[in-house]
Write a protein that binds this ligand. Structure first.
Ligand code: COA
Length: 191
């Protein structure tokens, strides 16, 4: 019997001008640790800065497990120039009944402000609408992290509002901005 959703999250390799997005492997742990140990990178995400490479190894193993179990998972972002993994981007949640999903991402500090996450997110949005029968893509960022909102905006996502104290992160309740893009937005803009 054919199941449409089978292997939905066994993510295929995607390419952009400067990046390759591919499934994370156990051997990526060293690269994951190199940027995930930085508190600046972890400040506005829902994980703590890593303090031991074991945590990076465990993260990579959990991704491999999620691919196998067809659960929402992330791509590793590979810098074509150095062939190193410099971040991740992927699906935080998936709502089958409403055909929607939430994306999240993070990037090594030394690669910020070069347009790289905009490049990665644009490609993932394009792939998601083209290949996953999704109608709505969401993303959210803490109001104190406007760079992330700028990335969403540059990718054609629309700000829908501020959700007050939506999250409890690192000892405090924080406001978040919710963004979305619909399949019909892409059609309307002719992209
Ligand atoms: C947020 C993040 C993904 C951005 O990635 P990036 O590759 O630097 O993003 P880009 O270079 O594509 O775009 C960043 C934009 O934000 C702008 N920006 C940077 N700092 C800013 C700030 N403090 N306020 C407003 N805009 C800011 C940049 O100028 C740029 O916009 P522009 O092209 O109009 O000049 C990256 O900083 C990161 O990984 N941060 C840590 C993890 C994280 O916060 N993840 C997101 C959780 S919601």
């Amino acid at each position: 019997m054919f199941f449409y959703h089978s292997n939905l999250f066994y993510l295929p390799q995607l390419e952009t001008e400067r990046l390759i997005l591919r499934r994370i492997r156990p051997s990526d742990a060293r690269d994951v640790f190199a940027y995930s140990r930085d508190p600046e990178v972890a400040r506005y995400v829902l994980w703590q800065a890593q303090t031991d490479i074991k945590e990076a190894k465990s993260y990579c193993r959990s991704m491999v497990r999620q691919y196998k179990n067809d659960e929402p998972s992330s791509w590793g972002i590979i810098d074509r120039a150095s062939d190193h993994l410099i971040g991740t981007i992927g699906y935080m949640s998936y709502d089958d009944s409403n055909r929607s999903t939430e994306l999240g991402y993070s990037l090594a500090h030394w690669k910020w402000n070069q347009g790289l996450m905009t490049e990665a997110l644009s490609r993932v949005i394009q792939y998601t609408f083209a290949s996953m029968n999704i109608n709505r893509i969401e993303a959210q960022h803490e109001t104190e992290n406007p760079a992330s909102g700028r990335v969403m905006e540059k990718c054609g996502m629309r700000k829908e509002g501020v959700l007050r104290q939506r999250l409890y992160n690192k000892g405090r309740y924080v406001d978040v901005c919710l963004y979305s893009i619909l399949k019909s937005d892409i059609k309307a803009s002719g992209n």
